[in-house]
Design a protein. Structure first.
Length: 332
């Protein structure tokens, strides 16, 4: 049988309302709903070839064959697709990011979104967007949000089928800019999968969950109304509540570096004293995402570039969800 092949592209996303902690770790069902937009300029491109001559899955990431836990995580995700498609074969996966690894920009969301779309399409399965989002969620929770376009909400859901993400405003709805200040290029010591597992050990997680729906609705309204002042307030609050949980978990997760805190203070000062439309949010690492309006972006970028200690600065805007692409090397 001829190898079956497809290539997909997906972007990572930045959460405005964060996902931290699961009600079911195996299914990655989140304890609370979250909101994000895809980062158009950052992309993962993944080709999947199902090949009956293979005796195991082969995975190449950024040109290097992977083994150990990284290979197992991809193979485990392919197991879900094999089960869904009732397909017994193995696959060759070739995945590359257009942003350097080691910039501290998480790529698991774009990786599992692109993998889910390419692997199912190569088997000629056309899943409805909700099902594709739920499938991507099994690889990495936030990957569910890299499937739809534009501004995206991921609902907690009650089971596998009902926990998916969908778009609530198109990419063009609001020309926000994410200026990502890379503070450290070191690999984080505790990844998010382990972090979600220990979230319930924080005495603050129950309060975070109890108030999450309110922040989710407030953020969705701020996005829909293009109300930057309201957005900034809820994005920073939600970020601080999540990092409060991280810092008070057992063991504590302290992702920030001194420069992270400096940037937090500066961003607030720029907004409150200088009237710049910018706010901050931080994932499971020390890098600071400075979310600003298109009008404020050039001034914020200039100010960030003038600061000592920032290793790299990336600019991203709201983008498309995962989509298929054809490549000249596709087998006919
Ligand atoms: O999808 P994961 O397991 O990598 O978790 C992502 C967690 C955060 O980036 C910290 C928050 C979020 O909602 O993206």
């Amino acid at each position: 049988m001829l190898p079956r092949h497809a290539t997909a592209v997906a972007s990572p996303n930045i959460a405005l309302i964060k996902y931290w902690g699961n009600t079911d770790d195996a299914l990655r069902l989140p304890v609370s709903p979250s909101i994000s937009f895809n980062l158009a300029e950052l992309q993962t491109r993944t080709s999947v070839t199902w090949d009956s001559s293979l005796t195991a899955d082969h995975v190449v990431i950024n040109g290097h064959p992977v083994t150990g836990p990284a290979l197992e995580r991809v193979a485990h995700h392919l197991d879900h697709i094999r089960a869904l498609a009732e397909h017994a074969g193995f696959a060759r996966v070739d995945s590359a990011n257009n942003f350097p690894t080691g910039t501290g920009i998480a790529s698991s969301a774009s990786a599992f979104a692109a993998l889910s779309l390419a692997a199912t399409s190569a088997l000629e399965m056309t899943l409805p967007e909700r099902e594709l989002s739920a499938l991507a969620r099994l690889g990495s929770g936030s990957a569910s949000r890299s499937i739809p376009d534009g501004f995206v909400a991921w609902y907690t859901g009650e089971d596998h089928a009902s926990s998916f993400a969908e778009s609530f405003a198109p990419t063009t709805h609001w020309s926000l800019v994410d200026l990502i200040a890379v503070v450290s290029q070191e690999h984080k010591s505790t990844g998010s999968t382990a972090g979600h597992r220990i979230a319930p050990t924080s005495p603050l997680q129950a309060a975070r969950i109890a108030t999450a729906q309110e922040r989710f609705e407030c953020c969705r309204d701020a996005v829909l109304g293009r109300d930057f002042a309201a957005l900034a307030e809820v994005v920073e609050l939600d970020n601080n509540v999540m990092h409060g949980v991280m810092m008070t978990s057992t063991p504590p997760l302290l992702y920030w570096e001194p420069l992270t805190l400096n940037l937090i203070k500066l961003v607030r000062q720029w907004r409150e004293e200088d009237g710049l439309a910018v706010c901050y949010t931080i994932d499971a690492g020390p890098n600071v995402h400075c979310i600003c309006t298109a009008q404020a972006a050039a001034e914020v970028e200039n100010r960030l570039r003038a600061l000592p200690g920032i290793l790299d600065l990336r600019r991203a805007t709201p983008g498309a969800g995962a989509h298929l692409v054809s490549t000249p090397t596709d087998p006919a």
